[in-house]
Design a protein around this ligand. Structure first.
Ligand code: DGL
Length: 273
């Protein structure tokens, strides 16, 4: 059984890159729901419906463990799927998200106890990061800022161009205005690590910027150690396969923005799941 990695589109590739770097021995299937991306501006009901279809698709492709490598899907669909759907569909399989690994470790980074979250509109409106962080560390002050233009900037390969400066500066300015004591900013969207050099240009050097990939991968390694019943079901031939609900040509082309090696995706459909 391969490990399933899901994203609304391309962004999960930034998370998968780190997972594969730390855990190269496992087989992975990546699915991008590109035909219906972006998820960021969509409603709870729609994101939940799409994500549940994807989880069922992974189960039909024999995955015992699925990672929702999308903040918006993790924020809006994960809890309901874990609590309401999995017990009926198959209680022996697992679906994990990418918000918790970061939120439960945030105290390692902040000294001022003021944290900022940057994410899509969907992630920010769900308040998932704020709720999760305050559950672990009620003493932390958490501020958020939605950056709706950042995903399209990356997907159109404009993230290193001069046009990106305006939108990066604007949202960094806004979040630091909301709370000038922030010393830790979490990039709560899979695309934002690609804007890291621009982000660093506009924040003071005492502020740490946290990308998720490495933390999610370490947390997965730890999870697999603690759950031998899942780990032993994960195949270890180092195979990777990629699926998209859009045209594979479009996927393969844009995927090169997100990862260094060429990808040959196959087309699939979530209809009927
Ligand atoms: N992958 C999404 C996330 O991390 C960003 C792209 C989208 O809005 O679908 O929130």
């Amino acid at each position: 059984m391969p490990i399933g990695i899901f994203d609304s589109g391309f962004g999960g590739l930034t998370v998968m890159k780190e997972i594969v770097r730390q855990l190269p021995q496992y087989d992975y299937i990546y699915l991008g729901d590109n035909a219906r991306a972006p998820y960021g501006p969509r409603s709870f009901d729609t994101i939940y419906k799409y994500t549940l279809q994807a989880v069922k698709w992974f189960f039909a492709h024999d995955c015992a463990l699925v990672i929702l490598a999308c903040n918006t899907a993790s924020a809006k669909a994960l809890r309901t799927i874990q609590q309401n759907d999995l017990p009926h569909i198959d209680p022996t399989r697992r679906v994990l998200g990418i918000i918790r690994p970061v939120t439960e470790n945030v105290d390692h980074f902040t000294k001022s106890k003021h944290v900022g979250i940057l994410g899509t509109q969907g992630t920010v409106s769900s308040k998932s990061y704020v709720i999760e962080i305050q559950k672990f560390f009620p003493e932390l002050k958490v501020s958020q800022e939605a950056c709706p233009m950042w995903v399209p900037l990356v997907e159109n390969a404009e993230h290193e161009g001069p046009g990106a400066d305006y939108f990066v500066q604007k949202h960094i300015h806004n979040i630091l205005k909301t709370d000038p004591l922030i010393d830790t900013i979490i990039l709560g969207c899979t695309h934002y690590p690609l804007l890291l050099s621009k982000i660093k240009k506009y924040i003071p050097s005492n502020i740490q910027v946290i990308s998720q990939g490495e933390i999610v991968a370490s947390s997965l390694a730890d999870y697999l150690k603690r759950h031998p019943e899942i780990e032993m079901r994960c195949e270890k031939n180092g195979r990777r396969s990629y699926y998209t609900t859009e045209s594979p040509d479009i996927f393969n082309n844009t995927a090169s923005i997100f990862c260094d090696q060429p990808i040959e995706a196959m087309r699939t459909s979530l209809e009927g799941f």
